[in-house]
Design a protein around this ligand. Structure first.
Ligand code: HEC
Length: 102
């Protein structure tokens, strides 16, 4: 009896936590102004996140390379980027979301 009440509660808590994480990243993309120059699917001032995810697919160093580029404004590929004013954790969460774009 007790268990049948607890299981659905635990499941919906896990579901809510997952939903909150996804929303955090998309809220960050907005609040950190990424969407002024980027769109998930379409090229704007910068490449679409979908294209960047495809470009870095299979690159084990992708998260590090993009972290350095966004944090310092200089990429290992010599291209410069607007310096992103956000905490390291927020930048990492944003990059994970970008690299997961389909
Ligand atoms: C002022 C415009 C501008 C803003 C704001 C901006 N970007 Fe960019 N972004 C660009 C341009 C232009 C490029 C292409 C040059 C390059 O590769 O660095 C780019 C490239 C990128 C790339 C691909 C880099 C690569 O090595 O292929 C990613 C990923 C990216 N931006 C993510 C972000 C994120 C996340 C934010 C917000 C935190 C952001 N950008 C904010 C203009 C912008």
């Amino acid at each position: 009896m007790k268990l049948s009440i607890l299981v659905p509660v635990a499941l919906s808590a896990a579901f809510l936590a997952g939903g909150a994480m996804a929303q955090d990243a998309s809220a960050l993309l907005k609040s950190k102004n990424c969407l002024a120059c980027h769109d998930a699917q379409a090229k704007k001032v910068g490449p679409s996140f979908k294209d960047s995810a495809a470009k870095y697919a299979g690159n084990a160093d992708a998260a590090n390379l993009l972290f350095t580029k966004l944090k310092t404004g200089k990429g290992a590929d010599g291209k410069s980027h607007a310096v992103v004013a956000a905490s390291d954790d927020d930048i990492k969460a944003i990059i994970a979301a970008v690299l997961a774009t389909k």
